[in-house]
Ligand binder design. Structure first.
Ligand code: PHE
Length: 486
């Protein structure tokens, strides 16, 4: 069913892909970011919009990526080139593959810094470096951790090395083997932490916060954050899922696999909320304290509760593992491309990539200390990496891929690869042609700062636009297809 005859490594076990892709999806985005943005954007209403974004945009885009990866059996660059050639289309579209590969690499350059925080806090918990601190002291500890380039650099280097060691061992012996114990271990620890939360006294407040729907708290900003986060949390448009998809056996159902991964990712995000917020509420703290939520409020909260240190250690072990299973997926695209095209061994490709990564991430790490003044348009290098990837490269890559799948490539390729019944296939096509692009375009309108679309309270309008775009699209789609394909 694939377009090249070369045998490509495949996942060894039945669960290989699901564990690896869930490992990629579940990361700092779920445990660090999701709880704090939920806190910022008002709880249950935000959660509901986020779930809708996962279903309407995340799932169709992920299915498309896996299908592209499996059909092209290669890194994003090679896979897209093959699939595009198979449909006889213009090669300009293969730029999408380069962008995805670069995007994964750039995300990792700042991700290792945040993952480094997690490792550093684990060490602090173990060594008693956080004991008995007050709110101000916690903030000072966080500040001091960042202020020393040697300290911060040590932890991010450690994450880089660990990532490269795993990736260097290969798809089966490195990635698959490590996720097959880290993922179950992580879930087990999360369950223990939730169990602990149940007895902390803050559990009902946490459940109420996460699941009570108050439409009045929905803002257009929150809705866009939910959409952007759906991309990040599912590891979309960054080469990770596409490359993992290229190792997927031909007989596995892409739709079912995608749904499992999206569901697992969402459940873990909610579980993280159920582990974190009870502890926060039990101590009368604010759920909306931003990025410092798990590094400042949470450790402090753990101090105040019996056996808190033990559970604090558990929390940071879990967070570090979640970060590692994500970081390995971000470089797999680059490493696989180097092996396939430059004749390098996995080990050399990994260390080579790791070295460049280390240089870029060191620059990102310096944004927190000596490079604090090196700003461009008010943003540090670290913020630029985050902004460019989350606000631009991921949505643009996602948009490109759904347009490619919806209008440009031969529809038989996807019919074969997805193997859906006609009804489900039509639904997928409708999603990738109209719903996903429209959603993604809204992120751009926002990123460009043209206008803050206040669509929060105007659902009928949103629906009307969707219907109009669909009708128009179907009307001009043969012509559109000709233009896009020329
Ligand atoms: N999905 C990961 C998380 O939530 C981040 C990620 C982005 C991983 C892009 C791979 C590629 O933390």
């Amino acid at each position: 069913m694939t377009t090249n005859a070369q045998p490509r490594t495949q996942w060894l076990g039945r669960w290989g892909f699901i564990l690896a892709a869930t490992g990629s999806a579940v990361g700092l985005g779920n445990i660090w970011k999701f709880p704090y943005i939920t806190g910022e954007f008002g709880g249950g209403a935000f959660v509901l919009v986020y779930l809708a974004c996962i279903l309407a945009v995340g799932v169709p885009v992920m299915m498309t990526e896996i299908a592209l990866g499996r059909r092209g059996r290669g890194s994003p660059v090679d896979a897209l080139r093959r699939v595009i050639a198979e449909s006889g289309r213009g090669s300009a579209w293969s730029l999408l593959g380069w962008m995805a590969m670069l995007c994964g690499f750039l995300i990792l350059s700042f991700y290792v810094v945040v993952a480094g925080w997690s490792f550093a806090y684990l060490w602090k918990m173990l060594s008693g470096g956080l004991a008995g601190s007050s709110v101000d002291e916690m903030a000072a500890i966080f500040g001091a951790n960042n202020a020393s380039p040697l300290n911060l650099g040590f932890w991010s280097t450690l994450v880089t090395v660990a990532t490269m060691v795993i990736v260097g061992k290969g798809v089966q012996a490195g990635i698959e083997k490590s996720v097959s114990w880290m993922m179950p271990g992580m879930v087990l620890m999360l369950l223990l932490l939730i169990g602990y939360g149940v007895f902390s006294g803050g559990f009902p407040a946490a459940v109420d916060f996460l699941f009570s729907f108050d439409a009045g708290r929905l803002s257009s900003e929150g809705m866009l954050a939910a959409l952007g986060h759906a991309f990040f949390t599912l590891s979309l448009a960054s080469g990770a899922i596409l490359t993992y998809g290229s190792y997927l056996p031909a007989t596995t159902s892409i739709a079912r696999t995608t749904l499992s991964v999206a569901l697992a990712d969402t459940v873990v995000a909610l579980m993280a909320g159920l582990a974190i917020f009870p502890v926060i509420f039990a101590n009368g703290m604010s759920p909306s304290s931003g990025p410092g939520l798990i590094f400042m409020s949470l450790p402090l909260a753990f101090q105040a509760i019996p056996m808190g240190t033990l559970f604090g250690i558990l929390f940071f072990v879990m967070l570090s593992m979640a970060a590692l299973t994500s970081s390995i997926s971000m470089v797999e695209a680059t490493v696989s491309w180097l092996c396939d095209n430059k004749g390098l061994s996995r080990r050399s490709a990994s260390w080579g990539t790791g070295l460049v990564l280390w240089l870029v991430s060191t620059l990102a790490m310096l944004s927190f200390n000596v490079g604090a003044d090196w700003t461009l348009y008010g943003k540090h290098f670290f913020d630029w990496l985050d902004y460019l990837t989350s606000r631009w490269m991921m949505p643009l890559g996602g948009l490109g891929m759904v347009m490619l799948a919806g209008f440009v490539l031969k529809s038989e390729s996807f019919r074969e690869e997805l193997g859906l019944s006609p009804g489900w296939h039509a639904l997928w096509l409708f999603m990738v042609r109209y719903v996903s692009p429209l959603g993604i375009l809204m992120i751009f309108v926002d990123a460009l700062g043209i206008t803050r679309v206040e669509f929060g309270l105007h659902w009928p309008w949103l629906l009307a636009i969707l219907v109009a775009v669909t009708l128009l699209g179907e009307l001009v789609s043969p012509r559109l297809r000709r233009t896009l394909c020329s």
